[in-house]
Design a protein around this ligand. Structure first.
Ligand code: GLA
Length: 741
């Protein structure tokens, strides 16, 4: 990011009484906060671009305490609760000073509040981007006193909104069933999105949401606020919807205070996670596009670089990570036109070779029996085939059956008097990241690998256990409830250190699939493994949910074998490729099992993906038909380049019903005044052209009249040629490339 000069203006005292409303703007959003010295800060407005005058004229301005701490009133829910040494927990926050600054694309408003009763301050930070409609809220809690204080509630953000019959969209799921969309009407009372998994924020509930401000949520129209809390630990996002007409709906987001009273030492401060938000007045779709743009340009490491097509060995061979298996898979993906081979689990451990998930985590030495030539020769073998090399690790974990655990039983999370509950495989434990020796060890796992083999191109960083046994053997008893926060802060510190030492290696974030989907990690990782669920029907749905908040280029999506491991569902190869091609394409099977026809198709599909890749990975996403609408018969979405010169439309028929009514897809995001040449991407039958293939149609017509699906996915009838890859009328798909003339 380009760094401009930092301008800091201390404004308090230098402004007249009219100028106490502070405005932060993005291209289309405005935030206005009133700050008067000695008084509580007031939230005035957040929404579409407006002056305070305009917001007041249309009745959208508020006079509501911007950040209320427990103390003197009950009608405003408190975002902070602090307990002082003498037992007092009343706080009276008033404005002390205001600072505004600009650095690069970000303007920041920082309002310092002081407690009139104790030596305690808060800094409310509001930041706005000038190139996208994203704002960030966070809060710093400062103990100015001589004794520790305990933070019992310490939210990052408090956002009041005027709304009517809101619809809330959240994502829920679990491993192999991640990122399901859930829409619900926000009733009166408090709705809470929370997780208590400790270290895997999207294991059950994601820390992201969208809220329609009036009625139903629509992809293309209506006012929608989208928010995401950047935090890997336990979180609370509360929607407090009061039945009192004069009160707005209050959104509070931050670290979950449950079992997490945070002791703050004298002169210490805690900066809470950033809460990122956008306001769209063009529905949910625009909110997703804004988040995607922000993610690629400001939050995800190498977010604007194109990602490679790779083969990952896991589903193909599991722990059977032998030299022969690795060589044959690497050779196959190279021959198919792929660009990288990733060796997954099973490559390490000597005293305890890693042959299943019960042993060896922590012993990050190559298993000489399985891979006698070591990592070096593997890297060379793969590079010699003209492709890149990647490797799997799970550095935050240890197995009880491992040399590491034998040496350092004190490094794991556990209560000294309770037998620890092991995780995966019955023998896995979580290392205690608050312990500086553990921090050095975790850093060292990556550092050693990369120092010894600087030509490793890619790492898959896994995490297969939530924070069970949540007691630290390192922290003193008086700080045990700091564990969840300090653990996650320490992990970020380690990730920063790794990136400072090894900025270029691609690192994928995995946690039993996609159970760690949170933007807090993305400055250190280039992509995430969206799920272990590779069945294309299931995966399409979970990619659909993840795409609400995360851009396609960071979501790794792989083609599974014909018979899916988890669902036992059979699906045609084209459908599997087309679903994986919605995001960052990869392969997760043994290509040696392909028939010659399948192999030829896979080769074509990879070559075609590379052609449409810039648009798929960097274009603006428009969802056209949800797989959850109309009995789940169809799904469709498109990606459009920012200059509208190219687009890719992906259409899926998930379920065929005989004589099903016509379905029309009206495209979006195109230039109405341009003509687009249409080409079918990777057809199954090279000699069967679609009627639309090669035609030139105006963007206007494609958006106004659309395209009729039966013309695109024709019904297949009996007597199919031998080696026809189409298997049934279900699981059919068509991908169209549109290029402006
Ligand atoms: C987790 C990951 C998988 C795979 C295995 C290896 O389950 O989600 O993709 O890497 O671990 O053990």
């Amino acid at each position: 990011m380009k760094r401009a000069l930092l301008f800091v203006m201390i404004l308090m005292g230098a402004i007249d009484s009219m100028a106490k409303n502070y405005t932060l703007s993005t291209p289309n959003n405005t935030l206005i906060i009133e700050a008067v010295e000695g008084k509580a800060p007031m939230f005035r407005y957040y929404g579409s671009k407006a002056t305070l005058d305009e917001a007041e004229s249309v009745g959208k301005a508020l006079q509501y305490e911007a950040f209320h701490a427990f103390g003197n009133r009950t009608d405003i829910p408190f975002a902070a609760l602090v307990k002082f040494q003498d037992g007092d927990n009343a706080v009276n926050l008033v404005v002390e000073s205001v600072e505004q600054s600009k650095e690069g694309h970000i303007s920041t408003l920082c309002i310092t509040l002081k407690d009139t009763l104790h030596p305690f301050r808060l800094k409310l930070r509001y930041a706005a981007f000038d190139d996208c409609d994203i704002m960030k809220f966070s809060t710093e809690y400062i103990n100015d006193g001589k004794k520790p204080i305990v933070l019992q509630k310490y939210m990052s953000a408090s956002l009041p909104v005027i709304s009517k019959n809101c619809t809330l969209l959240s994502l829920y799921g679990n491993t192999k069933n991640e990122s399901n969309e859930q829409f619900e009407r926000l009733g009166y009372g408090t709705k809470l999105l929370t997780t208590q998994q400790g270290n895997r924020t999207s294991y059950d509930i994601h820390a992201s949401f969208m809220l329609s401000l009036e009625g139903e949520m629509n992809e293309q129209c209506g006012n929608v606020i989208a928010g995401s809390l950047l935090w890997g630990g336990n979180f609370d996002i509360e929607f407090i919807n009061s039945p009192f007409k004069r009160l707005p709906t209050l959104i509070q987001a931050g670290i979950s205070p449950l079992a997490s009273d945070y002791t703050l030492n004298p002169k210490a401060s805690l900066t809470t996670p950033e809460f990122v938000l956008t306001h769209s007045n063009r529905g949910k779709g625009e909110a997703s596009r804004t988040l995607h743009y922000w993610a690629r340009h400001h939050q995800v490491l190498d977010g604007t670089k194109l990602r490679e097509v790779l083969l990952n060995s896991w589903e193909g061979v599991h722990f059977d990570t032998t030299q022969a298996n690795m060589e044959s898979m690497a050779a196959d993906i190279a021959e198919l036109g792929g660009e990288m081979f990733v060796m997954d689990d099973g490559w390490f451990g000597n005293k305890y070779p890693r042959n299943n998930d019960k042993t060896s985590l922590g012993d990050w030495e190559v298993c000489r029996e399985k891979l006698p030539g070591g990592i070096g020769s593997l890297v060379k073998m793969v590079h010699d085939k003209g492709i890149k090399f990647g490797i799997w690790i799970e550095p935050e974990m240890v197995n009880i059956e491992s040399e590491l655990y034998e040496k350092h039983p004190d490094w794991v999370l556990r209560h000294p008097s309770i037998e620890p509950q092991p995780g995966r495989g019955g023998g896995q434990l979580l290392l205690d990241m608050t312990n500086p020796q553990v921090q050095d060890f975790v850093f060292g796992v990556v550092d050693k690998l990369m120092t010894e083999h600087p030509d490793i191109d890619y790492i898959k960083w896994d995490n297969n256990m939530s924070m069970h046994n949540a007691s630290s053997q390192y922290l003193p008893l008086s700080r045990q409830s700091n564990l969840s926060v300090d653990f996650n802060l320490a992990l970020i510190k380690v990730l920063k250190r790794i990136r400072a030492a090894h900025p270029d290696v691609i690192i994928q974030l995995c946690a039993s699939g996609g159970t760690r989907l949170n933007y807090v990690y993305m400055p250190y990782f280039q992509e995430v493994w969206a799920s272990d669920m590779t069945d294309p029907l299931h995966r399409l749905k979970l990619q659909w949910g993840a795409l609400d908040f995360y851009p396609s280029n960071i979501l790794a999506a792989h083609v599974c074998s014909h018979n899916n491991k988890y669902t036992q569902r059979h699906s045609p190869l084209k459908f599997r490729f087309d679903v994986a091609s919605m995001c960052r394409l990869g392969v997760e099977m043994v290509p040696a099992t392909f028939t010659p026809t399948e192999r030829a198709f896979a080769k074509r599909a990879i070559a075609e993906y590379k052609k449409i890749r810039p648009t798929v990975q960097q274009g603006d996403m428009y969802k056209l038909i949800s797989p959850f609408d109309d009995n789940g018969e169809y799904a469709a979405l498109m990606y459009v380049d920012s200059d509208k010169s190219k687009a890719v439309t992906m259409i899926y028929r998930l379920l065929y019903t005989h004589d099903m009514p016509h379905r029309i897809i009206r495209m979006q995001g195109l230039d109405p005044n341009r003509q687009y040449r249409i080409r079918e991407v990777a057809p199954e039958m090279e000699n069967e052209k679609l009627a639309i293939d090669g035609k030139i149609v105006s963007g206007r017509l494609l958006m106004e009249e659309g395209v009729v699906i039966p013309e695109l996915i024709r019904r297949i009838k009996g007597n199919r040629p031998i080696n026809d890859l189409r298997e049934s009328n279900d699981y059919r798909s068509v991908v169209l490339e549109l290029v402006a003339e």
